[in-house]
Design a protein around this ligand. Structure first.
Ligand code: CUA
Length: 155
């Protein structure tokens, strides 16, 4: 079969692009701890205000010293805000939404998850550096999306 020279160039280019994209997935998964969601837990978004954990989300400390932070994202803020956690301690965020899909990204760290109504997104991170971090919503959620910013204080 005779494949034209330019056709061959484009075939190799397409193959290289696929290899780069697949490689990027493996590199980020291995080196930057990017994980697919693995925790399936549901919550009724219509009764979130009276929910024992998410109604008045409060930060709790487990007997082993690790910290659990329930977070409710809603148009256009996060609760609680600010979130205060200790440095160098395992922090488990349990995240849900009261209305529509929001993002929860602690800027400058790899803490980043979607807040999905009806589901609890859970992930655990450790913040080695004390300081103030912005929490940004990175899913477009409406007219005031750009104002949906929270604060994380690592002490
Ligand atoms: Cu919430 Cu964008």
């Amino acid at each position: 079969m005779n494949v034209a020279f330019y056709e061959r160039i484009w075939m190799w280019a397409a193959t290289a692009i696929i290899a780069i994209f697949l490689g990027a997935i493996f590199v980020t998964a291995a080196a930057q701890a990017v994980e697919p969601p693995s925790h399936i837990e549901t919550v009724d978004p219509t009764t979130i205000l009276s929910h024992p954990e998410f109604g008045k989300p409060a930060i709790t400390t487990r007997p082993d010293g690790s910290v659990v932070v329930p977070v409710v994202a809603g148009m256009f803020s996060f609760a609680p805000d600010p979130i205060e956690v200790p440095a160098n301690v395992r922090v488990t965020f349990r995240l849900t939404s009261a209305d529509i899909i929001h993002g929860f990204q602690v800027v400058g760290t790899n803490a980043n998850a979607m807040a999905i109504p009806g589901y609890v997104s859970q992930f655990t991170v450790t913040f080695p550096k004390p300081g103030e971090y912005a929490i940004a919503c990175n899913e477009y959620c409406g007219l005031l999306h750009h104002n949906m910013v929270g604060k994380l204080v690592v002490k």
